[in-house]
Design a binder for this molecule. Structure first.
Ligand code: PMP
Length: 398
């Protein structure tokens, strides 16, 4: 039965972790990760999460099934966080939200829904994008193409290319957009630029699929949701996949959500009924713990304030590390403009390092980064920043 099964291609990031783990050098640093580490190099357990968990354990509640679309107070809190507490959509009946198995699960549910129930077959993702976007949509049956996004010359956005690329797609294509803190480049759109994208999407009747996995890591919770809110104000129907993996540091609990912004309350009802079927035939219903914890925090003003503060601490620390890295590179004699490191947003920086430079960093300095040059700024801290900056400067200069 299994003899014809061939070995799957190695996941580039997992392969990197294996090489890192096998490296005996004590000073080694892994910049390939996709998680937030605190100043001590540890994945934090947020105080707000801990408080909510303690209350939950003390309840000793029975473990029944959740509804297919998940925990209602969680789904409602997600809608509020994404669209804003004063959004008229909240009480319109037009929003359909299902708790999902992380942001990845939300993407897959959304992909399956649009494929099966809206007949979508073509999806465009940014060039570059989070590696899993392509494989996930391909596995769901789609043809996956890219639209221009990153401009290596400026380390910024190729806006004209992006607009033209999206315009040139066949009418009614699904367009995946990173709502904030683009992974892997850290390059985001301004409000004005989003408005231009919205106009092209509207003109071409495309289906916007907003992926928001880092809300709160750019400027703050409200401003980071600006793109979502602009699409809502534009009165378009669209799809949002969201994740609390990073913002709650709850990676393994798999807390995400799929939100569909439909045209009318009656349409919303039909869409929810079909979405439930997609869920039922995939995994029946989602797990309880993460959603209970997140809902407890989001729906309690004190815990919410505590969480917002902790999220700000993570965001500020990353910004400090961006600044420290850029300054140390300059001090080490790097003359090319490195201010883009400070401008990019979220956990990652597209450093501009070539494959060869990344290889040298690993071989000579035990510093591991993704082959594309993506580095996780959240893996830097005051103890490793000098070593890392010196090594990067060396491979840039020599
Ligand atoms: N979208 C993007 C852009 C991401 O970077 C990630 C996580 N790396 C996800 C979705 C998936 O999030 P989760 O870990 O919650 O599945």
């Amino acid at each position: 039965l299994f003899s014809p099964v061939e070995m799957a291609p190695r996941d580039p990031i997992l392969g990197l972790n294996e090489a890192f783990n096998a490296d005996p050098r004590a000073e080694k640093v892994n910049l390939g990760v996709g998680v937030y580490y605190d100043e001590n190099g540890k994945v934090p357990l947020l105080r707000a999460v801990q408080a909510a968990e303690e209350a939950r354990v003390a309840e000793h509640a029975p473990r029944t099934y959740l509804p297919m679309e998940g925990l209602a107070p969680y789904d409602q809190a997600v809608q509020k966080l994404l669209l804003g507490a004063d959004s008229p959509l909240l009480s319109s009946g037009r929003l359909v939200t299902a708790q999902s198995i992380g942001g990845t699960g939300a993407l897959k549910l959304g992909a399956d829904f649009l494929y099966r129930l809206a007949g979508k077959r073509l999806v465009a993702i940014s060039d570059p994008s989070w590696e899993n976007h392509r494989s996930l949509f391909e596995t769901a049956g789609y043809e996956v193409v890219t639209y221009p996004y990153y401009d290596p010359a400026t380390h910024g956005l190729n806006l004209q290319g992006m607009l033209q690329g999206i315009e040139a797609l066949p009418e009614g294509s699904v367009v995946v957009l990173h709502a904030c803190c683009h992974n892997p480049t850290g390059v985001d759109l301004s409000i004005e630029q989003w408005k231009q994208v919205i106009e092209v999407v509207r003109k071409r009747n495309h289906v916007p699929f907003l992926d928001i996995a880092y809300q709160g890591f750019g400027d703050n919770l409200e401003d980071d949701a600006a793109a979502v809110r602009l699409f809502a104000e534009a009165d378009l129907s669209f799809v949002i996949s969201s994740s609390f993996s990073k913002s709650f540091s709850l990676y393994g609990e798999r807390v995400g959500a799929l939100t569909l912004v439909t045209g009318t309350a009656e349409e919303g009802e039909r869409v929810l009924s079909q979405l439930k079927r997609v869920i039922r035939t995939n995994y029946s219903n989602p797990p309880t713990h993460g959603a209970k914890v997140v809902a407890a925090v989001l729906n309690n003003p004190e815990l919410y304030a505590m969480w917002e503060q902790e999220l700000a601490e993570m965001r500020i620390r990353i910004k400090q590390m961006r600044k420290a890295l850029a300054n140390r590179l300059r001090a080490a004699g790097v003359e090319q403009d490195v201010s883009f490191i400070e401008k990019q947003r979220g956990m990652f920086s597209y450093s501009g390092l070539s494959r060869e430079q990344v290889d040298r960093l690993a071989q000579e300095f035990a510093i591991y980064a993704v082959g594309s040059g993506r580095i996780c700024v959240a893996a830097l801290n005051n103890r490793n920043i000098d070593t890392v900056a010196d090594a990067i400067a060396r491979v840039m200069l020599e």
